[in-house]
Ligand binder design. Sequence first.
Ligand SMILES: C[S@@+](CC[C@H](N)C(=O)[O-])C[C@H]1O[C@@H](n2cnc3c(N)ncnc32)[C@H](O)[C@@H]1O
Length: 415
Amino acid sequence: MISVLGRGASGETGPARIYSAIFRPDEPGAHTCPPVGSPIQDSCGARRQLARHRLAVLDRSMEKITMQKTQPQYTDGTEAPHEPPPSLQMLQLLAGFQISQALYVIAKLDVASQLEDGPIAVAELAARCGARPEMLRRIVRSLAPLGIFHQPNEDMVELTPLGATLSTRRPDSLRDVALYWMETHYLPFSEILHTVHTGEPAAQHYFGKPFFDWIVADPRMAELQNRGMAGLVGGMRDRMFHGYRLPAGDVVADIGGADGTILSRLLASEPARRGILFDLPEILPGARKKIEECGMAERIDVVAGDFFVSVPSADVYVMAAILHDWDDASCVRILESVKESAAPGARLVVIEGVVPPGDEPHATKLIDLTMLALTTGKERDAAEWQELFSSAGFILDRIVPTADDYSFIEAHLGR
Ligand SMILES: C[S@@+](CC[C@H](N)C(=O)[O-])C[C@H]1O[C@@H](n2cnc3c(N)ncnc32)[C@H](O)[C@@H]1O
């Protein structure tokens, strides 16, 4: 969805850039997920054909949404530009709140999982999900043109590759991300104008306390955050781990490591190393269970604490999506905790995005809105990372770009 706000990968605009944002048809491994039960499920060529078919369906649907025909013409017969006028493009962007709420309904009712075994009648789907058929039918009909569902006729509904990302039966399911964003981010975002006027995070204004304090006050929210962040490892932070090796060091501490998904992944191919998962005490009950499920209980110790006070001693410190949550002064305090406990020669690996210059689409540019609304933090460009490390007494060694919009930013202590 990120490219929707900018130009697509090949410079396309309008509906075409929405397709490329959703499907990235030129990407290896794209379109590998036709509906379960499809007779063409096993054939690669046929899969590509299905993908082309779906793109064509989406193409036609987007044209309907933008009220354009394939060969748009003015009433006097002259050709109109193919791209929708700016006012219609703006309406599509403004409608984002409706789409995210409709997707929330689909995620909450776990609709996608119900469709994994093949197309079913909307009435049957509604009965399985505990929804009113006439209401669910309208949600499905609204989302089908966006490629979430396919409706062979108005009574039937079928899962598409895009819709399947919300199924809990997929290992890389984004359902928990949907629930996390919509149950913890959506409402405070309504106060973002307050942030722009006052500098106070919208979440602080909306909840009456800092975002993470609000999360840990409710064990259900703490668990949802863990599941949502773990879901992002299967989504926008999956490919980045391929082929990356941590700097040398026996003990790896993941600071603010949530449920241990990232630490387990980093240590899976490193049997000689041990791990320490460090996070707030309210976050950790779910972590112990997750680490056991990953078969890492023998190799990862779980330590509760506050990174503004102190962190455990280690040879390698990992911090994923931590420093972007905090303003520079708070980051320096966190890094000072690391400095105080670090073993001699310790290395720091920050897993974050690096904002690219210009108006090129990049995940950090939307995530920065989340930082603005929820936290005192921000997304940083390469110079800002360098400056932050240097003001905390660290030296930036290298930024390792990856196949995702995230990098491994490695540093060492300058003492
Ligand atoms: C955005 S999440 C990142 C989780 C995980 N590193 C990841 O990338 O999936 C931020 C994490 O920082 C933790 N955190 C926030 N304040 C903390 C503090 N004062 N001390 C330790 N952990 C903290 C939160 O509990 C949460 O797990």
